[in-house]
Design a protein around this ligand. Structure first.
Ligand code: 5AD
Ligand code: SF4
Length: 433
């Protein structure tokens, strides 16, 4: 009988892909199969995120719960970004944890498995050319890493300290992976990197100069591949050539994530984002001029140290002018090993909460307004999952999530869908010819 693996994945798409990598390695090399039942697992992994503060005690109380429920002899491993930055401390505080594996070291999962109390958290480790075994959680779309780490030093962000310096994965490996998944029937790929449009800045070995725009061109030549998505691009690196290729290449989905973080040039400077409010607006205008149907999503941090009422007004101004199709907003959370944790001009927590709820209220109004206009529109939807209410859901090219009545036969199919009903996160429609 196969050994059983229970894996919990927190955080971003990069972590989901890392979990897929670990599942693949453990399956091929150690004979593990995944299970949703913790009590039957022989190995329990938690793939952690540390971008915002999740009180460390919550991780330890969860680990304590795992330890109580696990079957005799089962191993527990802590992986991902919190593993990278807490390291050995995890085993000191929870001695029943068998190993700690950093976000930059997931290729070593089968090694640490056999070394009790192993702590592998080297953020300089180069796994950019490691040939992972293959496992995909969806037969319809595939995540593909294009780089590891991040070369920026945004003052609020812990990622460069947990995932290390940026190294691009050679394009021939990326193209090879894309061709392989397309041959298996995948029609949509999702390229992943902390800063995708910085692609090609540095490879670990000698490599021809290929930037992100060129990588997109090469990928789009793969026959049978219909859609290319990616996350996250950095507003600073959105040059004209990139925006023009994005607009005119029919395989690139017309959905752009543009993490604003703040609309105030002063705060952006304190965050070391490298662009101003004007630059951001200029890029949005260029993008909308080249590609009128584009949907734009963003990330915003409110109450970064020193953010005044005027600075917050600047953020609201950008939100009102751009009208983002999706907005992820967070209250600033001081993180260890970042520059901003030492900033003393902290914003009062009540003010921070008020700003966050004001921003979210404004965004909800904008989304409702945008969605109202979509009724009657027809989109080409790629169906990828079943919902609990007997519907099948998928996305339009420009990332509108739409469900229709139906079942499995629709999965992996493209259909034209007319919007009949709106909701805040998912719209309902019917298939039309
Ligand atoms: N506090 C709050 N939000 C943060 N993010 C990153 N670091 C922090 C932090 N310290 C947000 C940013 C980023 C998203 C993934 O998480 O908006 O784009
Ligand atoms: Fe963090 Fe900035 Fe890198 Fe994004 S670009 S991962 S916010 S340091």
């Amino acid at each position: 009988m196969s050994k059983k693996l229970f894996i919990e994945t927190l955080g971003c798409a990069m972590n989901s892909r890392d979990s897929e990598h670990m599942i693949a390695e453990l399956r091929e090399k150690e004979g593990y199969e995944t299970t949703d039942d913790l009590s039957v697992a022989d190995l329990i992994l938690i793939n952690t995120c540390s971008v915002r503060e999740r009180p460390v005690h919550k991780l330890f109380s969860e680990l304590g719960g795992f330890n109580k429920k696990k079957k005799q002899g089962a191993k527990i491993g802590v992986c991902g970004c919190t593993a990278s930055h807490l390291g050995e401390e995890i085993i000191k505080r929870a001695p029943y944890v068998n190993f700690v594996l950093g976000a930059r070291n997931v290729s070593k999962i089968c090694e640490v498995l056999h070394k009790d109390k192993a702590v592998e958290i080297d953020i300089n480790y180069d796994e950019s050319e490691f040939a992972f075994k293959d496992f995909r959680s969806s037969p319809f779309k595939a995540y593909i890493n294009i780089s590891i780490g991040c070369d920026k030093s945004c003052t609020f962000c812990i990622v460069p300290k947990t995932r290390g310096d940026e190294i691009s994965i050679p394009d021939e490996l990326i193209l090879g992976e894309a061709k392989k998944v397309v041959a298996k029937g995948v029609k949509e790929i999702f390229l992943l990197g902390q800063n995708v449009n910085n692609y090609g800045r540095r490879f670990s070995g000698e490599h021809e100069k290929v930037n992100f725009t060129e990588l997109l061109r090469r990928l789009s030549q793969i026959e049978g591949l219909e859609r290319i998505r990616f996350t996250s691009p950095h507003p600073l690196h959105m040059d004209d050539e990139f925006i023009e290729e994005f607009a005119k290449n029919p395989k690139i989905c017309k959905s752009m994530h543009m993490p604003l973080q703040s609309g105030s040039t002063k705060v952006l400077k304190e965050m070391k984002r490298g662009y101003s409010k004007e630059w951001f607006m200029n890029r949005v205008e260029k993008l909308r001029a080249e590609c009128p149907d584009v949907s734009i999503s963003t990330d915003i941090i409110v109450a970064f140290p020193g953010e005044s009422d005027e600075d917050f007004e600047d953020t609201l101004d950008v939100v009102r002018r751009v009208k983002f199709d999706q907005l992820f907003s967070f209250k600033y959370s001081p993180r260890p090993e970042t520059q901003a944790q030492h900033f003393t001009n902290v914003v009062d927590d009540e003010v921070a909460s008020n700003r966050l709820s004001y921003l979210q209220g404004l965004n909800n109004e904008i989304i409702d307004e945008i969605h109202k206009k979509l009724v009657g529109n027809v989109y080409r939807v790629y169906f990828e999952s079943l919902t609990k209410d007997n519907h099948v859901s998928g996305r339009s090219d420009n990332n509108v999530v739409i469900k229709v009545k139906g079942s499995e036969e629709l999965l992996g199919e493209f259909k034209n869908v007319k919007i009949t009903e709106i909701g805040r996160t998912i719209l309902t429609g019917e298939i039309v010819a």
